[in-house]
Ligand binder design. Structure first.
Ligand code: GLN
Length: 513
């Protein structure tokens, strides 16, 4: 087995025993990035020099016994909405095309303390608004399972990078499904923790009451280890929660006897691709055979999740994005008459169409004439959805559902009809509205070979139950990435070698709009 095929935890073990050096692992990732990027476009910035320097430093610390954790020396990537000191952070928007933060996100600092080597930043929908990674100013990411299809979004770069072995794991963010849905489309494992578990300090905000950072990796073991490293109470994030039960790897036990798993009938009706339905129900059977109690139930209110989410997320986005005005940082229009026209032109030229749509929608639902009719109503709907989940969790430990109604659509198919795209979020957004943890685990492919992931949703702070169910399921199969990952690894570098590393610094060079 080559280095690149190892999971993060397996690689960590080999580094510890000296079978693999940190530099070898980093170099293997950088080589794979150089080969894959022309096809996949998962990275927007590759910090080759920084990663190699850091590899040396981490290796020394491991040798001295100062770094002993499971992730020490393992190369990772970060979604481009996580601030990294000294390293370009753009949210894949022209408006932040030159933003180099003066500080690093708290979650990333925790990873660094655990010995991570950061390879670079991954592509995403502009400001995390989207479900396909096509609204990025750097151009779309392609799905390594089939390059004519999207990787999902908005953390599509992180998920595609893990799938094609450009990194051993990545961080993403999930406001309405952006870790869980692209994980399903790319055949990787993605975990959105309970709201408040991972500090949002240094995560460029989209919908602050919904955003959570989480891991994307090859299996549940990796996700548990990464979450354990990044979960922390942080006084710099006023919504951060002090939790005592952060030892997530303790839940990696292959035992689900007696675990009560609920299948919401409302998630399996009209609009769900029958191949996705059958695959997810097949996964439920695997857990049943292992001793879990699997039952169907009615969750209710499912159809109200999408409208409530888009009202709340857009309202928060319109407020959060008001800071990008061309004054303090980011893009400023080169020609303007006065202060007002400078704001107007900078924002008009700096934001893409999807972001503008959300800002306008958000400003509309918050305006005095419509606040009660839309925003307050959406908040009330959210409270009702929470009640429905509270009730469900009186009978069940875990809810098992699809992560998306379909497998990855073709490139260009979704953006033609934004409302249709929004409806595709139906199975993931409720967890954000209510703050619940959700885990996507690959469980099969459709007839054209595109991956399908099942989503496990738990009550607040019940990540361990999800880890247990996901881990037990995963024992019944072994991780398989796309054929492309192996083919690329065995190929000789193409004539464009080096291109990826020169992406840093210029959004224009890589096809920015
Ligand atoms: N697709 C959803 C949206 O566009 C979710 C995005 C996310 O989770 N960041 O808002």
């Amino acid at each position: 087995m080559s280095i690149l095929e190892l999971t993060a935890v397996e690689l960590g073990k080999r580094i510890k025993t000296g079978q693999v050096t940190v530099e070898e692992a980093v170099q293997a990732s950088l080589d794979q990035i150089k080969k894959a990027e022309q096809k996949v476009n998962a990275f927007v910035t590759v910090d080759e020099e920084g990663a190699l320097r850091r590899a040396e430093e981490v290796q020394k610390k491991i040798n001295r016994g100062e770094l002993r954790g499971p992730l020490a020396g393992v190369p990772a990537a970060l979604k481009d909405n996580l601030c990294t000191k000294g390293l370009l952070t753009t949210c894949c928007s022209k408006i932040l095309y030159n933003f180099v933060p003066s500080y690093t996100a708290e979650a990333v600092l925790h990873l660094e303390r655990a010995g991570a080597v950061i390879l670079g930043k991954t592509n995403m929908d502009e400001f995390a608004m989207g479900s396909t990674t096509e609204t990025s100013a750097y151009g779309e990411t392609r799905n390594p399972w089939n390059l004519d299809h999207v990787p999902g979004g908005s953390s599509g770069g992180s998920c595609a990078a893990v799938a094609v072995n450009e990194c051993f794991y990545a961080l993403g963010s999930d406001t309405g499904g952006s870790i869980r849905q692209p994980s399903s489309f790319c055949g990787v494992t993605g975990f959105k923790p309970t709201y408040g578990t991972v500090s949002r300090y240094g995560l460029i905000a989209y919908g602050s009451s919904l955003d959570q950072i989480g891991p994307v990796a090859k299996d549940v073991t990796d996700c548990a280890a990464i979450l354990e490293a990044i979960a922390s109470y942080d006084p710099k994030d006023s919504t951060s929660i002090r939790r005592e039960d952060n030892r997530f790897t303790e839940a990696l036990v292959d035992e689900v006897r007696g675990l009560r798993i609920g299948i919401p009938r409302d998630y399996f009706g009209e609009g769900l691709n029958p191949q996705v339905r059958d695959t997810i129900l097949g996964a439920a059977d695997v857990l049943r055979q292992k001793g879990a109690i699997v039952e169907e139930f009615d969750l209710s209110l499912v159809e109200y999740g999408v409208p409530a989410y888009y009202v709340i997320a857009s309202a928060e986005a319109s407020s959060n994005l008001s800071r990008f005005d061309g004054v303090k940082y980011g893009y400023r229009s080169p020609s303007y008459k006065d202060l007002y026209s400078m704001y107007k032109k900078s924002r008009s030229e700096g934001f893409g169409p999807e972001v503008k749509r959300r800002i306008m929608l958000g400003a509309f639902v918050l305006s005095s004439g419509y606040y009660d009719a839309y925003y307050v109503k959406a908040q009330k709907t959210k409270a009702l959805i929470k009640r429905a989940f509270d009730q469900a969790f009186q009978s069940f430990d875990v809810i098992l559902a699809p992560a998306s109604p379909d497998t990855a659509p073709r490139l260009g198919q979704s953006l033609r009809d934004p409302i249709q795209m929004y409806l595709g979020d139906i199975y993931t957004i409720s967890a954000n509205l209510v703050g619940l943890p959700g885990l996507t685990v690959p469980c099969g492919t459709d007839s054209s070979g595109l991956p399908i992931g099942m989503q496990l949703i738990g009550d607040c702070f019940q990540e361990k139950k999800l880890i247990r169910a996901g881990f037990a399921f995963e024992r019944s199969r072994c991780y398989q990435g796309p054929a492309m990952a192996k083919e690329l690894e065995q190929s000789t570098p193409n004539p464009y070698v080096g291109e990826a590393s020169s992406a840093q610094g210029s959004i224009w060079e890589k096809g920015g709009k």
